[in-house]
Design a protein around this ligand. Structure first.
Ligand code: CAA
Length: 256
């Protein structure tokens, strides 16, 4: 199967599994990712999603260029809309997602990583939005999500030159949360393990508030924050968290 979804303890693990084409995203694979993300949204007993690519060479080398080339324009617009809507699902999942970038993340592959809540990279990871070299521009969210992470000037430079961004630079400019040596899957579990013990709905309020920060005015963002922090106050988990503080014990959250 070109897209595999499995459960591993507290985690759902989504693997792009087309290593012979460096996990390039055909339209059919995009559809599979969308269906897998719907399944993740319905899973009751997971606390985070890990996204990875099979093989040791690539996380994902982007849209399937051979397929793109043979499509009429109308299909290509639908393709961009499909890629955008599938990757947008990552932002509305009830759990956070961590992209484990193990090699090339080019074009749609970088855009998939950008759509995840967090990104970890192996030291050999190479990011890039090289569409300009094909006479294209990024179409699965890269022009919008990259500047939100690294700033407009850097995003324009990366997109307009199509240059590679190696792991150490990616970490320096905030494109990845960390570069990790060794077993990337274990690093993903450890990274997510730093937040998965907290209340799931409250983690979601935090994600929603921060994710809106790049879209709205400060005034509107502060309103969103006030609304979501009020929702957090109303949870039993907030009651438990504050009681545990006063009683000098560890809080036991129940996701409600
Ligand atoms: N689409 C289709 N096939 C791809 C692919 C892609 N994006 N990337 C790699 N492949 C295929 C290659 O054609 C090759 O297949 P064959 O053996 O059948 O020829 C196989 O994967 C292995 O790739 P290479 O031989 O090229 O491996 P390499 O180590 O020499 O180079 C690479 C690796 C630098 C990543 C190179 O494959 C490459 O530049 N790939 C294209 C990257 C790219 O331009 N991505 C952007 C796509 S457009 C896009 O994503 C638009 C968007 O916004 C959604």
């Amino acid at each position: 199967m070109p897209v595999e979804l499995k459960k591993d303890g507290d985690f759902a693990v989504l693997t792009l599994n087309r290593p012979e084409a460096l996990n390039a995203l055909s339209f059919s694979i995009l559809g599979d990712i969308g269906r897998a993300l719907d399944e993740v949204a319905a899973m009751k007993d997971i606390r985070a999603l890990l996204v990875t690519g099979a093989g040791d060479k690539a996380f994902c080398a982007g849209a399937d260029i051979k397929e793109l080339r043979n499509r009429p324009l109308i299909d290509q617009k639908r393709g961009a809309e499909l890629g955008q809507s599938v990757f947008a699902k990552l932002g509305t999942l009830p759990v956070a997602s961590v992209a484990l970038v193990n090699g090339y993340a080019f074009g749609g592959g970088s855009e998939l990583a950008l759509a995840c809540t967090f990104r970890l990279a192996s030291p050999n990871a190479i990011f890039g939005l090289p569409e300009i070299k094909l006479g294209l521009i990024p179409g699965y969210g890269g022009t919008q999500r990259l500047p939100r992470l690294v700033g407009e000037g850097r995003a324009l430079e990366i997109i307009m030159t199509g240059r590679n961004v190696k792991a150490d630079e990616a970490e320096r400019i905030g494109l990845v949360n960390a570069v990790v040596e060794g077993d990337l899957m274990q690093a993903g579990r450890d990274f997510a393990g730093k937040f998965t013990r907290y209340s799931l709905p409250v983690l979601e309020f935090a994600r929603r508030a921060v994710q809106r920060a790049g879209d709205v005015t400060l005034e509107e963002g502060l309103r969103i924050e006030a609304d979501l922090s009020t929702l957090a106050y109303r949870t039993a988990d907030a009651e438990e968290g504050m009681a545990a503080f006063e009683e000098k014990r560890k809080a036991e959250f129940r996701d409600g």
